[in-house]
Write a protein of this length. Structure first.
Lengths: 84, 84
């Protein structure tokens, strides 16, 4: 299953969700060697700042999840966009 | 299947891929109404600029795919990071 299918399948709106505009940003960093620098955590704030240039987003409208494995860090930002 | 599983499963290195550091960024914008502005295309360059602050990335090391459906736009950036 490709990533586009993942979002489309996930995006099937239920009645509750259809009214909301949402922005989901995923940053996955696969490191070939463990001691390589982990950019993801540092980029997180700057990526949110880019979003804020386009949309007026409250702090609590952004949910952040970060998962660290040995060789892979995944950052997931979910932003509920304002109605107007 | 959650998105983290998606990346981990996708990330299983074959011998050819294990040497490469990679950064994958996905931006998915789900719009409740079609005429809502499409931020994704505009954010694309600025997100690449954020990456370039942390990593010296050549233009041809960044592959960009964008898919537009009626209510969903998905941007996928794949960046092969330099070895050193």
């Amino acid at each position: 299953m490709g990533l586009f299918d993942y979002f489309k399948r996930k995006g099937e709106p239920t009645s509750a969700t259809v009214a909301k505009d949402r922005l989901q940003i995923i940053v996955a960093h696969e490191r070939s060697q463990r001691q390589r620098p982990n950019y993801v955590a540092q980029m997180q704030e700057e990526i949110i700042a880019v979003i804020r240039k386009y949309v007026n987003v409250d702090k609590d409208a952004v949910s952040i999840a970060i998962d660290n494995a040995d060789d892979c860090t995944i950052l997931e930002l979910n932003v509920t966009l304002p109605d107007k």
